[in-house]
Ligand binder design. Structure first.
Ligand code: NAI
Length: 331
């Protein structure tokens, strides 16, 4: 029996994680749950958004399923996600993007994966107010982090039968930081002659992804660019509601929906739980429960193909009814 740390988080987290939990249980997966609290509600209750006991639980179990956690903008505590990623050294943010038949989206038959560096770049949290009219942020790129993320992208490509890895950067302007990332990528690529490699400047890549996403297979990027193309990529397949995500380190992994806590629809049974459920399917596959994970993905695909979906995708079902439909479609 595999124990999984379960964090509901804030806002719609309670609804989409409850849905994912029910679907995982219905898939036949042999798991039990250790519930932990984190996020804005936890901050209000306990004075901090995440306690060391939560991180300890994730480390001990080696795996967590997490709902979105709210972060105040421009003030207050730092993001729980950044904290978890940094403290557990979850250096990979993995976002596979695929289209589903029946889901209205910009493109059909998309199958691409974004591998985002998760621990450094512009997200290290070093900012200073120099004076009233000037603020500065520090960007850090290291060879160690660049090598390991690019290596992960190539290993993933090899394991999943992918054909090409594209490194995303802005080395024409940030010659030292992004230059280092790009040089690392080029060097690592030489060790994978069976997989094609190219690189693309972030702005050009954004336009290209919107116009011709089929030109891409696996994309690997430093933190900020990875963040941007992940959301852009989600838009290609029907939005944040249908894109799963994982944060991976050595021996520890946190699976989470890629959308936020959606306070505008929280508690109204309007949330689409697909992102959380697909993340939990990825989690089961990661834990070696491949059949159960696949069963979940197939049940979601069957729902979409027969027009069963939540309101924001054009359907008529609420979160609960959609969850029941997925469970009914499970074979
Ligand atoms: P958001 O993703 O929560 O919402 C953006 C829009 O998409 C809203 O209109 C919302 O109703 C809709 N939406 C999001 N998820 C949906 C779903 N599953 N089904 C149907 N509609 C959905 O982004 P926003 O508003 O920028 O952030 C809200 C809070 O979430 C913030 O405090 C932010 O820091 C946090 N956040 C947390 C993340 C995490 O924990 N991984 C990721 C992104 C944001």
């Amino acid at each position: 029996m595999q124990t999984i740390t379960l964090i509901y988080g804030d806002g719609i987290g309670k609804e989409v994680i409850a849905s994912a939990k029910a679907v995982v249980e219905a898939s036949g997966a042999q798991v039990d749950w250790e519930v932990q609290e984190a996020g804005a509600e936890a901050a209000e209750k306990y004075g901090k958004p995440i306690d060391d006991a939560v991180l300890e639980s994730i480390s001990r179990n080696g795996v967590a399923l997490k709902g979105p956690t709210a972060t105040p903008v421009g003030k207050g505590f730092r993001s729980v996600n950044v904290e978890i990623r940094k403290r557990l050294d979850l250096y990979v943010n993995l976002r596979p993007l695929r289209s589903f038949e029946g889901v209205k989206s910009l493109y059909q038959n998309i199958d691409l994966t974004i591998v985002r560096e998760n621990t450094e770049g512009l997200y290290i949290g070093i900012e200073k107010q120099v004076d009233e009219g000037r603020a500065e942020a520090t960007k850090v790129i290291t060879k160690k982090a660049s090598d390991r993320i690019v290596k992960y992208a190539f290993d993933y490509a090899r394991d999943m039968g992918k054909k090409k890895v594209t490194a995303i950067h802005k080395a024409n302007i940030m010659k030292l930081t992004d230059g280092l990332f790009l040089n690392c990528a080029k060097e690592i690529a030489q060790g994978y002659p069976d997989i094609a490699f190219n690189d693309k400047i972030i702005d050009a890549a954004c336009m290209d992804l919107a116009l011709n996403p089929y030109a891409y297979d696996v994309l690997v990027a430093p933190n900020l660019y990875g963040d941007i193309i992940s959301d852009l990529g989600s838009a290609l397949v029907g939005g944040l509601g249908v894109a799963p995500g994982a944060n991976l380190g050595d021996g520890v992994a946190v699976f989470e929906a890629v959308h936020g806590s959606a306070p505008d629809i929280a508690g109204k049974d309007l949330a689409n739980p697909t992102s959380a459920i697909l993340s939990s399917a990825m989690m089961l596959k990661h834990l070696g429960m491949k059949e159960e994970g696949q069963r979940i993905e197939d049940a979601i695909a069957a729902c979409f193909a027969s027009g069963q979906m939540t309101g924001e995708l054009g359907g008529t079902l609420g979160c609960k009814a959609f969850t029941e439909a997925i469970i009914k479609n499970m074979k």
